[in-house]
Design a protein around this ligand. Structure first.
Ligand SMILES: NC(=O)c1ccc[n+]([C@@H]2O[C@H](COP(=O)([O-])OP(=O)(O)OC[C@H]3O[C@@H](n4cnc5c(N)ncnc54)[C@H](OP(=O)(O)O)[C@@H]3O)[C@@H](O)[C@H]2O)c1
Length: 276
C-alpha cells in the first residue's frame, strides 16, 4: 500500500538524509526535513525538540548521529520511538549499520516499539570519501585507517536513499530488514587506487593499528569522535562484513551502483578539486 502522508526526514542535510529529502521534494510529497539548523529544530541531544518536529507527521526517516554504535544509543532510540508513538507517528525507517552490536540493540528497541518499521542496514558509504569523514585525508593525499586489507562493499548514498524512499512510501516493506551494500568487495587500498586514477591525485593508503589510528583521529577530530570511530573499526574490520548484501536488488529490482561510477561522477562534480 502506498503512503502519501507527511514524512519527517531526520538528518536532512546529511549524506543520506539530504538525498531522501530531495527525492520527496522532487516528487512533491508532503514532508518536513529537519536537523539542528532548521525550524523546528531537531537535536538528538535535546529530547524536548523531538515532539515539535514530529507534529503532524505520519512516518519518519531516522538517521541517528553520530552512530548507533555509540554507547547509550539504544536507550535514545527507545525514548525517541516512544515519543514518536505518543506524537502520532505510525512508522519509522531506520538507517542502521552492518555488523555493529550497538546498532543491533537499537534495531531491537525499534522492533519492540509497537510502531511499523523498516531497518536499512548499510555498509560504508561511497560518499565518506568526498562528503564525509575520509574527505580531508583524500584531499591531503594520505588515507590512514584501521581497516587493514579487509574488504568492504562500499554502497552509494543515492542507492540507500532510493531504498529508504521506497520503504517510506510502500507499507509492503514494513517489518523488513534490508542489508544494502555496493556490488563489489573492495579494500580501502582498491578504493584509493580508483580515486587516484580517476582524479589524477596522488593518494596513498596506510593501514594503521587501532591504537595508532585512534591517536591520528584524536589530533584531527578530538577524543570523542576518535573513541567512537576507532572502536567501530576495531569491531567491524575483522572480516565479518566481507560479504555482499542484496537489499538494493530486493527493494529496487536493480543492481547497486558500482564504486567506479561513483568516482567518475564525484570527479566530474569537482569533489576532489581542492587538492589539485
Ligand atoms: N557513513 C557511513 O559509512 C555509514 C554506514 C552505515 C550506517 N551509517 C549510519 O548513518 C547515520 C548517519 O551517518 P552519516 O555519516 O550519514 O551522517 P551525516 O551524513 O554526516 O549526517 C549528519 C546529519 O545529522 C545532522 N546532525 C548532526 N548532529 C545532530 C544532532 N545532534 N541532532 C540532530 N541532527 C544532527 C546534521 O545536520 P545539522 O548539523 O544541521 O544538525 C546532518 O543533517 C549514522 O547513524 C550512521 O551510523 C553510516
Amino acid at each position: 500500500m502506498t503512503n502519501s502522508k507527511p514524512i519527517l526526514v531526520i538528518g536532512a542535510t546529511g549524506k543520506v538524509g539530504s538525498r531522501v529529502a530531495r527525492r520527496l521534494a522532487d516528487a512533491q510529497l508532503p514532508h518536513r526535513a529537519v536537523s539542528r539548523a532548521t525550524s523546528p529544530a531537531f537535536d538528538w541531544q535535546e529530547p524536548t525538540s523531538w515532539a515539535p518536529a514530529m507534529e503532524g507527521m505520519h512516518t519518519a526517516f531516522v538517521s541517528f548521529v553520530p552512530d548507533l554504535a555509540m554507547p547509550g544509543a539504544a536507550d535514545i532510540i527507545e525514548r525517541f520511538a516512544a515519543t514518536a508513538k505518543t506524537s502520532g507517528l505510525r512508522k519509522l525507517v531506520l538507517l542502521s549499520g552492518r555488523g555493529e552490536h550497538g546498532a543491533e540493540l537499537s534495531e531491537d528497541r525499534l522492533r519492540n516499539s509497537g510502531l511499523d518499521f523498516t531497518v536499512i542496514r548499510a555498509s560504508w558509504f561511497n560518499q565518506n570519501f568526498d562528503e564525509g569523514l575520509l574527505q580531508p585525508a583524500i584531499l591531503a593525499g594520505k588515507l590512514q585507517i584501521a581497516a587493514g586489507d579487509k574488504r568492504e562493499p562500499f554502497v552509494d548514498a543515492n542507492d540507500i536513499a532510493d531504498v529508504a524512499v521506497a520503504a517510506l512510501l510502500d507499507d509492503g516493506h514494513n517489518g523488513k530488514t534490508y542489508e544494502v551494500t555496493g556490488p563489489r568487495l573492495m579494500t580501502f587500498a582498491d578504493a584509493v587506487r580508483e580515486i587516484s586514477a580517476a582524479s589524477g591525485l596522488s593518494i596513498t593508503y596506510a593501514p594503521l593499528s587501532v591504537e595508532d589510528y585512534h591517536a591520528v583521529m584524536v589530533s584531527e577530530f578530538g577524543k570523542d569522535l576518535a573513541d567512537l570511530v576507532a572502536s567501530i573499526c576495531d569491531e567491524l574490520f575483522d572480516g565479518r562484513n566481507e560479504r555482499l548484501g542484496d537489499g538494493v536488488q530486493q527493494v529496487l529490482g536493480r543492481a547497486p551502483r558500482d564504486f567506479s561510477d561513483y568516482v567518475r561522477s564525484a570527479v566530474a562534480s569537482g569533489a576532489w578539486q581542492q587538492a589539485a
